[in-house]
Design a binder for this molecule. Structure first.
Ligand SMILES: CC(C)(COP(=O)(O)OP(=O)(O)OC[C@H]1O[C@@H](n2cnc3c(N)ncnc32)[C@H](O)[C@@H]1OP(=O)(O)O)[C@@H](O)C(=O)NCCC(=O)NCCS
Length: 164
C-alpha cells in the first residue's frame, strides 16, 4: 500500500518509558472501558522494559494523538496496541502508525506481524485494507458492558515477500 504524505501537524517518533504520560493520555481517551482492552501504566512500563518491544507515538501539533506498541520475539512480531484519540480519528494517523510499525518490523527482519482484535471493532477495516488475514478465532473472548460476548479474531500479515 502506498504511503500518503503525512499532514504537516503530524509527527511520528519512537517513544520510550519516559513517554508513559503521553501513552496513558491516548490510552484513556481511545479505548472504550467497557471492553477492558486498555492497559494500565504499570503493564505498559513492564513491557517497555523487555527486549524486542518498540513504541511509536503520533504527535499532533506537539500533543499526543496516537501510539502503536509492538513486541518482536525471534522473527515474529505482535502489534499489541494501537490507538488514536477520538478528536483526531479518520486523518490517517493509525495508518501512519501501522506503516511505521511495519517498516520498523521489516528492518528488524520480522516475517509476520500478528494481532488480535475484537470482532466488530472498526479497526478490522484498517487491518483488512493493509493485507492482514484471519488465522484464528477465540470464541466469546471479550465481554461488553451489557454482558454480551464478542469473539477475538487473530489476524496476521506476512512482511517479507517469501512468506505467506
Ligand atoms: C481503530 C483506530 C486506531 C483507527 O484510528 P484512525 O487514526 O481513525 O484510523 P485512520 O484514519 O488511519 O484510518 C485508516 C483506514 O482505516 C479504516 N477505518 C478507520 N476507522 C474506521 C471506522 N471507524 N470505520 C470504518 N473504517 C475505519 C478506513 O479504511 C480508514 O481509511 P479512510 O478514512 O480513508 O476510510 C481508532 O478508531 C481507535 O483508536 N480505536 C479505539 C482503539 C482500538 O480499538 N484499537 C484497535 C485495537 S486492535
Amino acid at each position: 500500500m502506498s504511503t500518503a504524505p503525512l499532514p504537516e501537524a503530524l509527527k511520528l517518533a519512537e517513544g520510550s518509558a519516559f513517554d508513559i504520560g503521553a501513552v496513558m493520555d491516548v490510552m484513556e481517551a481511545s479505548f472504550d472501558p467497557v471492553f477492558g482492552e486498555a492497559w494500565s501504566a504499570q503493564q505498559c512500563l513492564g513491557i517497555l522494559d523487555l527486549p524486542g518491544v518498540w513504541l511509536i507515538i503520533a504527535w499532533w501539533d506537539g500533543a499526543p494523538a496516537g501510539f502503536a506498541l509492538t513486541r518482536m520475539i525471534l522473527d515474529e512480531a505482535e502489534l499489541l496496541l494501537i490507538g488514536v484519540v477520538p478528536e483526531h480519528r479518520r486523518r490517517g494517523i493509525a495508518q501512519s502508525l501501522l506503516d511505521a510499525t511495519m517498516e520498523t518490523a521489516r528492518a528488524k527482519g520480522v516475517r509476520h506481524l500478528h494481532l488480535e482484535v475484537r470482532q466488530g471493532n472498526c479497526a478490522i477495516e484498517l487491518y483488512n485494507r493493509n493485507g492482514f488475514h484471519q488465522v484464528g478465532r477465540r470464541r466469546d473472548y471479550y465481554r461488553g458492558g451489557d454482558g454480551s460476548l464478542f469473539d477475538a479474531l487473530s489476524l496476521t500479515k506476512p512482511l517479507l515477500r517469501d512468506f505467506k
